[in-house]
Design a protein around this ligand. Structure first.
Ligand SMILES: Nc1ncnc2c1ncn2[C@@H]1O[C@H](COP(=O)(O)OP(=O)(O)OP(=O)(O)O)[C@@H](O)[C@H]1O
Ligand SMILES: [Mg+2]
Length: 504
């Protein structure tokens, strides 16, 4: 049998292809960023054609760097930015509009319209999610209502919807020439349309949104053979055998398979996922209920999730919009030039506030400023904001679970920042642990694909691959922790109620 698995990680800022060996170690990587398109305040788009071209190219990079061919690849797994909506014509393969990205807030009026009857929790019992701009459902509605001709074409059965896993899968398996139009349960659980019990699209909710069922992909498990790669690809005939949304993939890659296990990923945003096993748990504290994974015919595992919209992207914003730094890692040096935040708190509510607040009316604020504050303090306040937001989410998890997390497993690009992780441990009062393979998102997708084709035989085999790299233990006293947290929560309160009807 071939010795490797290739995972495609179609992320918010870049697309990656990573080849893993049986030990779960990285053999080679290809990566390309794509354009972030901001047509108006609050709007965020990607070009689906660019995403697909980049995906093909990074597959070539990864194979080339390791001198491998398709014969060495036992299966392909896909993981993806979730909720980002692509709608395309099934006859031409052309998208009818750019992908509307998960961070995009343009659909707030559609949310308000749907919430007018029953409030934002109208569908929560069935789908685990409140009505919010974040999820893909209202983004599809926006396209149907605003792209000329889209509604008619959709009603005629000519348009397909997918999150980017589906877009990549459809193209990879042949596109207009018989491409497979499917998604997995984890991605489907982020649309607002999937019933958590039946794992099927709900016709009542689709009718309320006005979305034709014919647009939607077939919902499959996270680990099974969906199809094989089309003949013109470097990977022709290789089975595509795993799909997990990026945060669920990271959880799987962290080997957090069992009830009570959790991980926190520090990327564009931060996402904490807490496995609740085969039980559907509804949060009383602002967390989402979502599917964690489903392996073939086995029962699904569910999870509670704390989603934070802006963490690593705040560092990008300081780099790209303010020019405060020229690369993301420089934020750490700048933050270390001062001893503390100098009284400054940065609440990056750029897309409103997600978990646990769910306040679309919030906008970003930098508060506590005096003449004393310099750019080092602002860098520090930005890093602290990532950790404070995580603390808010963990307080919600602890309240829902009734027991406190005793340590936090972390991964993602920003976990390269040790100053951040020390502050995270300090502000949580529990140890923070980073594994050797921090690319857990791609690893999780590789695991799902490898399990489906027998490359790996059991979850135990995967668990044995997990290795601790480093651990940060708290060194802050309780009084200091409480004081900082009080100021943070006061800063959050200053961002609320900002948006008015005529002010974005
Ligand atoms: N040393 C660092 N300190 C703080 N933040 C960092 C550092 N290095 C990278 N980042 C941030 O981490 C993010 C990239 O991490 P990662 O590649 O895991 O993101 P991601 O969310 O997976 O990306 P994508 O959304 O494309 O999947 C960027 O937002 C970047 O600003
Ligand atoms: Mg990612």
């Amino acid at each position: 049998m071939a010795d490797y698995i290739l995972a495609i990680d179609q992320g918010t800022t870049s697309s990656r292809a990573i080849i893993f060996d049986k030990a779960g170690s990285i053999v080679s990587t290809g990566q390309l960023e794509h354009e972030q398109i901001f047509p108006k305040a609050g709007w965020v788009e990607h070009d689906p054609a660019e995403i697909w071209t980049n995906t093909r190219e990074v597959i070539g990079q990864a194979l080339g760097k390791a001198d491998l061919t398709r014969h060495d690849i036992a299966a392909v797994g896909i993981t993806n930015q979730r909720e980002t909506a692509v709608v395309w014509d099934r006859n031409t393969g052309e998208p009818v509009y750019n992908a509307i990205v998960w961070q995009d807030t343009r659909t707030q009026p559609i949310v308000d319209r749907l919430a007018a009857d029953g409030g934002v929790e109208r569908f929560k019992q069935q789908v685990g999610l409140p009505l919010a701009t974040y999820f893909s459902g209202t983004k599809i509605v926006w396209i149907l209502e605003n792209v000329p001709g889209a509604r008619e074409k959709a009603e005629a059965g000519d348009l397909l919807f997918g999150t980017t896993d589906t877009w990549v899968l459809w193209n990879l398996t042949g596109g207009t020439e018989g491409g497979v139009h499917a998604t997995d349960v984890t991605n489907a659980s982020r649309t607002m349309f999937m019933d958590l019990e039946t794992l099927q699209w709900d016709d009542g909710i689709l009718a309320a949104f006005g979305v034709p069922r014919s647009m939607l992909p077939e919902i499959k498990s996270s680990s099974e053979v969906y199809g094989t790669v089309e003949p013109s690809s470097l990977l022709r005939e290789v089975p595509v055998a795993g799909i997990l949304g990026d945060q669920q993939a990271a959880t799987f890659g962290q080997a957090a398979f069992e009830t009570g296990e959790a991980k926190n990923t520090y990327g564009t945003g931060n996402f904490l996922i807490f496995n609740t096993g085969e039980e559907i748990v509804h949060s009383k504290n602002g967390l989402l209920t979502t599917v964690g994974y489903k392996l073939g015919d086995q029962p699904p595992h569910y999870a509670l999730e704390g989603s934070i919209a802006v963490t690593g992207s705040l560092i990008q914003w300081l780099r790209d919009n303010l020019g405060l730094i020229s690369t993301a890692p420089e934020i750490e040096e700048l933050a270390k030039s001062v001893e503390d935040n100098g009284g400054a708190y940065f609440v990056p509510a750029f897309s409103g506030l997600f978990a646990p607040y769910w306040r679309p009316d919030a906008r970003g604020a930098l508060v506590g400023l005096t003449r004393y504050v310099n750019k080092g303090h602002i860098a520090r306040a930005a890093l602290e904001a990532i950790a404070f937001q995580t603390r808010d989410v963990i307080e919600a998890v602890n309240a829902d679970a009734g027991v406190d997390l005793t340590e936090l497993r972390v991964d993602g690009g920003a976990t390269a920042n040790e100053t951040l992780l020390q502050f995270q441990a300090d502000i949580l009062g529990v140890p923070v642990v980073r594994p050797v393979v921090a690319e857990t998102t791609a690893l999780g997708a590789a695991y799902a694909a490898g399990l489906a084709v027998g490359f790996w035989s059991s979850l135990d085999e995967l668990r044995a691959n997990w290795q601790e790299d480093r651990r940060w233990t708290p060194s802050m006293d309780e009084a200091a922790r409480a004081r900082l947290d009080r100021s943070w929560k006061k800063a959050v309160s200053k961002t609320l109620d900002w948006v008015d009807e005529d002010v974005i």
